[in-house]
Design a protein around this ligand. Structure first.
Ligand code: NAG
Ligand code: NAG
Ligand code: NAG
Length: 589
């Protein structure tokens, strides 16, 4: 468990967190002395007031649920401790509108039942119209083991608050709101699982929660209460166990609710410390097993952070068995879908969207738009093939050398990457002969480069060659000569420069590329251009890298070897001209 916190004083933590709600939501106010967050009075229609609360540490429950469509007030205790009866009494008698009656919803914990219960009795004695509904949705600990303690309330409580809150907002009577709240409470089951206990800010850190790496506690409560079992389970096994606890009607120790409605709501709740990414994976697993093993296809699937255990590394699964509310009015689903303006509830997908059940997909041919039309820019395919094949073979032969350079200044994968690309293009050429239409020929090589070369240089090559195809097309039709290539390459360099800040002098492949293109343009001579690239590649020796991984490698390697990317490209250009590097410049192959 992590005992690291930004706020270590538990009192400050709770009071500032409550205050923050008034900062981020203008509809709520705070009675700081009694730790009550309540809806500011308005001139709107009167409605039944709903009050809830409990220990802090379960945010956004409960203060984050205060606002139009949900709670009228929430009373907070200190972390994991019930508020006092006096706090609750103040909440009931003077922080909510009593005119249409007050519903108090409380989770089944001894302290909460006593303190909220005492306050309810006092308010009733004083003439208020108050009803109390107790939620105990947790099936984590079965009847035998729970004994007199009974079922605790966990995340399912939020569904009770949401549905009752929506009904109250519609102006229904206290009797109706209380009835529906009880009905929801009677039809929800939840179970949690955690990978470790949580640390309470301000308390001494006890790191021995006994959970080993890979071990999970099923049914752990939201205050570190022990669950029913600890085991080493992977996610599918864990979800299987949890769903069995929720649904198995033959388990006499549980079987609290028979989930048999044709409308079931699934709530997957983050206990506070699970990454959003992992919550996604958990949700997918739960939905998959509900369907395949229990034939349940929820009509609403809600996944998010609703009732936490501080930064608990766990989650809970809640199922609501939707039943008829029998009040001649909105269904549970409609109430769940109804709008609310609170920070702690989010079910962003609308009723109409769920019910549309749109299952359309896009299955269009992924190759469309990739086909290349002939350009009429011609070159002798035999000449093309010899030049490219020689150049690629030279790159493959130079792999050990390039790898050695990259081991000194980079992460050592440059040579292998170039070799892989070169081999793939050679293989492609052997199965798909060049046509002599240079646009078609270059374009056919582009996907091979894209699919085999990865990393930054792969992306740079891909951009460069795509730009080359476009540039060559603008120069078509005609006979492709050195001038055509130089112009097209120049345009490709320009395109490349939009996506990388690399310029000559930065110790990248650009150091070999630019001189090649320039000299080809001015001289029209491939050999001279390749020679210029070789010279420039050699001159990268001693240059400091200002881009790419080589920057982080540091050391003095850059004094000893040329940039491997620039070197590889120079070898390729020499190969195009039928040359290879030699001790003193180059020699004919
Ligand atoms: C709450 O717990 C008590 C025991 O303390 C138990 O008798 C009761 O059934 C529980 N209530 C709910 C709603 O689960
Ligand atoms: C997809 O489109 C490509 C190019 O237009 C075509 O060659 C191929 O046959 C199409 N494939 C299918 C499955 O339609
Ligand atoms: C390419 O060469 C021609 C002369 O052959 C010159 O006019 C032109 O400016 C050169 N282009 C670039 C970008 O250097």
């Amino acid at each position: 468990m992590s005992a690291k916190h930004f706020i270590n004083d538990a009192t400050t933590l709770v009071s500032t967190a409550l205050q923050s709600l008034t900062l981020t939501n203008p509809t709520v106010a705070l009675d700081a002395e009694h730790k009550i967050v309540y809806r500011r009075p308005t001139n709107g229609e009167k409605q039944v007031s709903i009050l809830s609360g409990g220990g802090s540490g379960h945010e956004p429950s409960f203060a984050g649920m205060v606002g139009p469509g949900m709670l009228s007030a929430a009373v907070a205790g200190s972390i994991f401790a019930s508020p006092s009866a006096e706090q609750v009494r103040v909440g009931i008698t003077s922080r909510v509108d009593p005119d249409k009656g007050i519903l108090v919803v409380v989770m089944n914990y001894t302290g909460d039942i006593l303190n909220f219960g005492m306050a309810v009795e006092k308010a009733k004695a004083a003439g208020s119209s108050v009803e109390m509904v107790v939620v105990g949705d947790d099936v984590g600990v079965g009847r035998a083991k729970a004994g007199k303690v009974g079922r605790r309330g966990i995340a399912g409580t939020v569904l009770v608050l949401k549905i009752a809150g929506a009904l109250a907002a519609q102006g229904r009577s206290l009797a109706e709101v209380a009835k529906v709240a009880r009905l929801v409470s009677d039809n929800i089951v939840s179970v949690g699982a955690s990978l470790e206990h949580v640390h309470v800010p301000g308390r001494s850190a006890d790191s021995s929660d006994g959970l080993a790496l890979g071990e999970v506690e099923i049914g752990m409560g939201i205050h570190n209460e022990p669950g029913s079992a600890r085991a080493k389970l992977d996610l599918p096994q864990l979800v299987d166990r949890m769903l069995t606890q929720l649904l198995d009607q033959s388990d006499k120790d549980r079987a609290f609710v028979n989930v048999n409605s044709n409308e079931v709501v699934l709530l997957i709740n983050n206990l506070g410390g699970v990454s959003v990414l992992e919550m996604g994976g958990i949700t997918a697993e739960v939905v998959s097993q509900l369907g395949s093993k229990h034939n349940i296809k929820p009509v609403r699937i809600i996944s998010g952070t609703f009732m936490t255990s501080l930064n608990g590394l766990g989650f809970s699964i809640t199922l609501l068995n939707v039943v008829n509310t029998d009040i001649g009015g909105p269904s549970m689903i409609e109430l769940l879908d109804a709008p609310s303006e609170v920070q702690g509830w989010s079910a962003p997908i609308q009723k109409t969207t769920w019910e549309a059940k749109n299952e359309a997909t896009r299955t269009g041919n992924t190759s469309v738009g990739q086909e290349v039309k002939p350009s009429g820019l011609k070159m002798d395919p035999a000449v093309e093939k010899t030049a490219i094949t020689t150049a690629l073979e030279r790159v493959i032969a130079a792999e050990p050398e390039i790898t050695r350079y990259d081991t000194v200044v980079g992460d050592g994968d440059c040579g292998i990457g170039l070799k892989r690309g070169a081999e793939a293009v050679l293989k492609h050429l052997s199965s798909k002969p060049l046509t002599g239409d240079v646009v078609v020929d270059v374009a056919s090589i582009v996907p091979v480069i894209e699919n085999t070369m990865d990393g930054t240089s792969g992306a740079l090559y891909a951009i460069f060659f795509n730009a080359l195809v476009l540039a060559l097309r603008t120069l078509s039709p005609g006979e492709a000569n050195a001038q055509t290539w130089a112009t097209a390459l120049q345009q490709s360099c320009e395109a490349l420069s939009k996506y990388t800040p690399a310029r000559p002098g930065d110790r990248t492949l650009v150091d070999a590329l630019y001189p090649f293109v320039d000299v080809l343009n001015t001289s029209g001579d491939l050999t001279k251009a390749a020679e210029a690239a070789l010279k420039a590649a050699e001159e990268t020796k001693g240059m400091q890298a200002s881009l790419g991984r080589a920057v982080y490698v540091g050391g003095s390697g850059h004094e000893e070897v040329p940039d491997p990317g620039a070197w590889g490209l120079a070898v390729f250009f020499l190969g195009l001209a039928g040359l290879k590097p030699a001790d003193d410049g180059w020699e004919k192959i």
